[in-house]
Design a protein around this ligand. Structure first.
Ligand SMILES: [Zn+2]
Length: 78
């Protein structure tokens, strides 16, 4: 039998998302599939993963990070 299954998944097409930790500013690229799995396990408005740097669960997409940190810093400093 020929192995056609390996050709079925195009390995070059892996979507990655830039993530950043709200606690320690650690940055990591996470595959969209993995992020989606994390998202399905939470009830939050945005997906978050475990940060391998500080072991917190506040690794969020950079867009979310900028939104949260932007508002947060604004409120804190002014
Ligand atoms: Zn962290």
């Amino acid at each position: 039998m020929e192995s056609e299954i390996t050709d079925y998944f195009p390995s070059c097409y892996i979507e990655v998302i830039d993530m950043k930790c709200l606690d320690c500013d650690y940055e990591e690229e996470v595959e969209a599939d993995i992020l989606l799995e994390c998202f399905e396990m939470t009830n939050d408005d945005f997906p978050s993963c475990i940060c391998v740097n500080c072991n917190g669960d506040n690794l969020v997409p950079k867009d979310v990070y900028d939104q949260i940190k932007g508002n947060f810093i604004y409120k804190l400093k002014k």
